[in-house]
Ligand binder design. Structure first.
Ligand SMILES: Cc1cc2nc3c(=O)[nH]c(=O)nc-3n(C[C@H](O)[C@H](O)[C@H](O)COP(=O)(O)OP(=O)(O)OC[C@H]3O[C@@H](n4cnc5c(N)ncnc54)[C@H](O)[C@@H]3O)c2cc1C
Length: 406
């Protein structure tokens, strides 16, 4: 039976994140947005504090590396904890959520396809970051290949004990700061997905450069970088999973497996931003509309709030279903796409409605009035990790496959 109840540890973590979000993060959110970065000292303190809160049984470590010394068939709670944390942190500030140190989007493909040695090598750098914060990243998108993942042109050619990579990756979250990036390349574009290979390319590898850091509409304090590979020699030991994994379409599947884990987390973040806007508008209505005002106006606004609240709740429940399935090791590609498609749209709509409900006040950009920032931040949630249109294609394919099964 599906169970969405949080355990005591999860409830305590949620409350602590909420309190920190409200009292420490929100007041600095617009400042970081303007300076287009999050103060590193703050990020370090916040990271250390959240590690301490999580205690010895660190769910994020499990989420990134996979459960250790556990029965692989036994349900876990890691995706649920991560989704709950993602919503709460994005409620406070989505840029800080995406800038947290750790493997980031690079974690799931290594967890899904890496050999035990690769997992140890690439994850061990995150175990103790008391000396220095470190990040991982995920490099799939190229100037000519966003939604159409199969069209990547970054090439890889075997040369002795290494591969030579050439190409360009764009819009890579934390790509400039990352200690390593999972880079997708092809041995031959004519082979389509079967030609794909995934490599872990380490910072400092000759021929691996950070290009432009993008100027963005929203999530401005979170880094989005272009990465360039010019005759970049990557050891064959960095090919994820080893050569035999790629006799089929495994390279492409590595990219897709990442999404089944991460799309519900993106959906959870969208719910967090949408909830922030909804709560702001709700409180504004409570504070500024008295029942003595003309009833039609009041009730029309209350009805709009009700619709926004209902849609966000539906998106959250679908998101939690997708993470519950992941925690129970059930295939969740359809639910992951459904949650992301619904949450992105519901949260965009929540931000638009909240601004309209607050009128001119909704357009202010002040530390205590962040609706315009949330409105800028939310749009990309219906673009990255697969656009809304692409999610609907994934969903319809799965629905039609299910139909054929009857
Ligand atoms: C802030 C940010 C962070 C990102 N982080 C990363 C990252 O860390 N790593 C990474 O690899 N990428 C990252 N991306 C890239 C992101 O995943 C892509 O932007 C996204 O997949 C869409 O690709 P595109 O921008 O090339 O748009 P396109 O694929 O060119 O799509 C343009 C439009 O066409 C529509 N479309 C495309 N194909 C179809 C179709 N078959 N049917 C119907 N409509 C279609 C799309 O829905 C969209 O509306 C990031 C992007 C942003 C903005």
């Amino acid at each position: 039976m599906i169970d969405f109840e949080l355990n005591t540890q999860q409830r305590m973590l949620k409350e602590a994140l909420h309190d920190m979000g409200k009292s420490v993060i929100r007041p600095q959110s617009l400042g970081w947005d303007r300076q287009k970065t999050i103060d590193l000292a703050f990020l370090r303190n916040f990271y250390m504090m959240s590690q301490a809160l999580r205690g010895e049984n660190n769910p994020m470590e499990d989420f990134n590396e996979g459960p250790k010394n556990r029965d692989p068939g036994k349900p876990v709670q890691t995706n649920r904890t991560a989704a709950m944390g993602a919503e709460e942190l994005a409620w406070a500030d989505a840029s800080i959520m995406l800038s947290l140190p750790g493997p980031g989007l690079g974690g799931p493909p290594i967890r899904a396809s890496g050999t035990p040695e690769q997992k140890e090598r690439f994850f061990s750098i995150f175990r103790d970051m008391s000396d220095e914060l470190r990040w991982g990243a995920y490099g799939l998108t190229e100037p000519g290949a966003g939604s159409d993942v199969a069209a990547i042109r970054t090439s890889c050619k075997r040369d002795g004990d290494a591969y030579i990579l050439n190409g360009r990756k764009c819009y890579i979250t934390m790509g400039g700061r990352a200690s390593w990036v999972v880079i997708f390349a092809t041995v031959d574009p004519a082979l389509g997905r079967a030609g794909h290979r995934a490599f872990v390319v380490e910072k400092g590898t000759p021929g691996f450069f950070v290009g432009k850091i993008e100027e963005k509409m929203g999530l401005r304090a979170n880094e989005t970088a272009e990465l360039v590979l010019e005759d970049c020699r990557v050891p064959a030991a960095n090919l994820l999973g080893g050569e035999e994994k790629y006799q089929t379409k495994e390279g492409f599947m590595t990219a897709m497996k990442t999404f089944d884990n991460t799309r519900p987390l993106v959906a959870a973040m969208a719910c967090g931003i949408g909830r922030a806007a909804y709560e702001y508008a709700r409180d504004f209505v409570k504070d500024n509309y008295v029942l003595g005002r003309p009833i039609p106006r009041y009730s029309a606004i209350a009805e709009r709030l009700a619709r926004v609240g209902r849609n966000l709740e539906a998106a959250r429940i679908l998101t939690w279903k997708a993470v519950w399935m992941a925690d129970h090791h059930l295939p969740n590609a359809k639910e992951a796409s459904m949650s992301k498609a619904l949450a992105g749209q519901a949260a965009i709509w929540a931000c638009i409605e909240a601004i309209e409900i607050c009128g001119a006040h909704g357009t202010l950009a002040e530390d205590h009035a962040l609706l315009e920032k949330w409105f800028r931040d939310i749009k990309v949630y219906d673009i990255f990790e697969g656009t809304g249109q692409i999610q609907r294609i994934v969903i319809s394919k799965r629905l039609l496959t299910d139909l054929r099964a009857f």
